[in-house]
Design a protein around this ligand. Structure first.
Ligand code: AP5
Ligand code: MG
Length: 232
């Protein structure tokens, strides 16, 4: 399957190695799952703003302390620090060479405009923006049951992707944890924030003619195929 997709890519369709793309969508829709596939299979650097914030929280940095209170309430971390944190990574030599898949950034119009400006300044273009869609009921069921590896970040689900040994990562043996923001009340707030602040980002890229919408309710492999094969 992967070879077929790369063969198709080499003819100028879908995603290729070195592509620059954004995954946008509600909490729990599968952005992190798909970004991990794109990194493993196409070598695109996976840049997840949420994962970077959680690492800062874990390391007890000033940024981590600031971010934690917002994350625990399901609110967005302020634009200024978020843009600065992502810009540092997007501008790095490694990311310029590998291409990237942005997961969870941009999620406000101000972040989208800042991303445009930083890419313009580097004479780089985005290849596409993929909106992964699913109902609130589905994303709620996906977040209830999610576990993540504290060492390598692999994502599991109690029903759709259970680990072989309870509480331990199949890949690296690391302990699995449930995220502090995956509580029902916080999930509801994250969905509200998505509707109010991130839906306009989807419209922003639709108006630019860059948006591809994929059906996130399918299996993870089916969603991946939609992302890499479909035209904009
Ligand atoms: P972030 O970490 O980005 O969280 P999110 O957007 O709420 O999304 P999630 O990570 O919860 O879900 P996902 O779409 O990655 O789904 P996953 O692949 O895990 O942000 C967290 C917080 O950080 C924010 O609330 C905010 O406070 C802050 N923040 C982050 N970025 C920011 C920014 N730019 N500006 C300001 N603040 C920011 O999948 C979910 C589950 O479903 C898993 O268990 C998985 O195994 C399963 N699954 C996935 N796909 C499928 C499938 N197709 N079929 C069946 N199961 C599936
Ligand atoms: Mg995620």
């Amino acid at each position: 399957m992967a070879e077929e997709l790369l063969e198709k890519d080499s003819k100028g369709q879908g995603m290729t190695k070195g592509s620059r793309m954004i995954l946008v969508g509600p909490p729990g829709v599968g952005k992190g799952t798909q970004a991990a596939f794109l990194e493993a299979r196409l070598g695109l650097k996976h840049l997840s703003s949420g994962t970077i914030f959680r690492a800062e929280v874990e390391a007890e940095t000033d940024l981590g302390r600031l971010a934690q209170s917002y994350i625990n309430h399901g609110e967005l971390v302020p634009n200024g620090v978020t843009i600065e944190m992502m810009a540092k990574r997007i501008r790095s030599d490694e990311v310029r060479k590998s291409g990237f898949v942005l997961d969870g950034f941009p999620r406000t119009i101000r972040q989208s405009v800042a991303l445009d400006e930083m890419l313009d300044a580097m004479d780089m273009r985005l290849d596409k923006v993929v909106s992964i869609s699913a109902s609130d009921e589905l994303v709620l069921s996906r977040l209830t049951g999610r576990m993540g590896c504290t060492k390598c970040g692999e994502i599991y689900h109690a029903k759709s992707k259970p680990p072989k040994r309870e509480g331990l990562c199949d890949k690296c043996n690391g302990p699995l944890i449930i995220r502090t923001d995956d509580k029902p009340g916080t999930i509801i707030e994250r969905l509200k924030v998505f509707r109010e602040q991130t839906k306009p980002v989807i419209d922003y890229y639709r108006e630019k003619g860059m948006l591809q919408v994929v059906d996130g309710s399918r299996t993870a492999e089916e969603v991946y195929t939609q992302i890499v094969c479909a035209e904009e």
